[in-house]
Write a protein that binds this ligand. Structure first.
Ligand code: DER
Length: 234
């Protein structure tokens, strides 16, 4: 459908433009990255590319294995050439909200280990400011035993509504690949936020593992449209 056409177009473009043989790649999580892994596998098959792929979640690990790509890890490959991942929203300065799929913690580590971090998305994610199109709030991974004091601290300090993310096909809260809980903080998108400062302050709250604010991390974003065209932002 239209949204998948955009995701696929962005995914193919980033792989054709940035993936080269002998690279160590960070593989993100979510639905857009699936198209990228499919295209990487096609290029490995047709061009004999030599690649090592480091996952950002159980889902990414399964994707890599299912497509016969070489699995790597940060113990053996602490420095990556390129990380590719999706996003829930990207603003005019390439700041991202990520974590809609609950994988933000490993995604941020892997992105931080890569020389270059590229974001791929359909054009619904292309915003001028965070909160313009993404209304589910900023995902924040927290230690399970601390989620109430962390929620209270966020609410009193920044306002808005932080909520524990409840699972759909499991009773109780979503549990991340790291065994933690997730808060989704619905913030006032009309306010002007210094997201770099907010990300730093949120990460200083005891019990916070990491946030879905990827600030000053992406070097380029690829937005695919339903007609299959791709626009980029650097
Ligand atoms: O959870 C995540 O950070 C994912 O990358 C998510 O933000 C993008 O998922 P999508 O490609 O399914 O939109």
């Amino acid at each position: 459908d239209a949204v998948n056409a955009g995701k696929k177009a962005a995914a193919i473009r980033v792989v054709d433009e940035l993936v080269k043989t002998d690279q160590v790649l960070g593989i993100g999580s979510g639905s857009t990255i699936v198209f990228a892994v499919e295209h990487i596998a096609e290029r490995v098959k047709s061009e004999g590319l030599k690649l090592t792929c480091v996952p950002t979640s159980f889902q990414a690990r399964q994707l890599i294995l299912e497509h016969g790509l070489t699995l790597g890890d940060l113990e053996n490959f602490p420095k990556l050439d390129l990380a590719i991942d999706g996003a829930d929203e990207v603003d005019s300065e390439l700041n991202c909200i990520k974590g809609g799929g609950g994988c933000l913690a490993q995604e941020k580590v892997v992105a931080s280990c890569a020389k270059k971090f590229a974001v791929i998305a359909d054009d619904r994610k292309d915003s001028s400011h965070l909160g313009q199109n993404w209304h589910k709030g900023i995902p924040i991974e927290v230690l399970p035993f601390a989620y109430v004091p962390v929620m209270q601290k966020i609410k009193t300090t920044y306002g808005g509504v932080p909520a524990l993310r409840m699972a759909q096909s499991k009773a109780g809260p979503v549990v991340t690949d790291n065994g933690n809980f997730l808060l989704d903080w619905k913030f006032d998108a009309e306010k002007k936020w210094d997201w770099n400062l907010i990300n730093t302050e949120l990460n200083l709250i005891p019990g916070v593992v990491d946030t879905g604010l990827f600030i000053h991390m992406a070097f380029k974003a690829y937005f695919g449209t339903s007609q299959g065209s791709v626009s980029t932002r650097t």
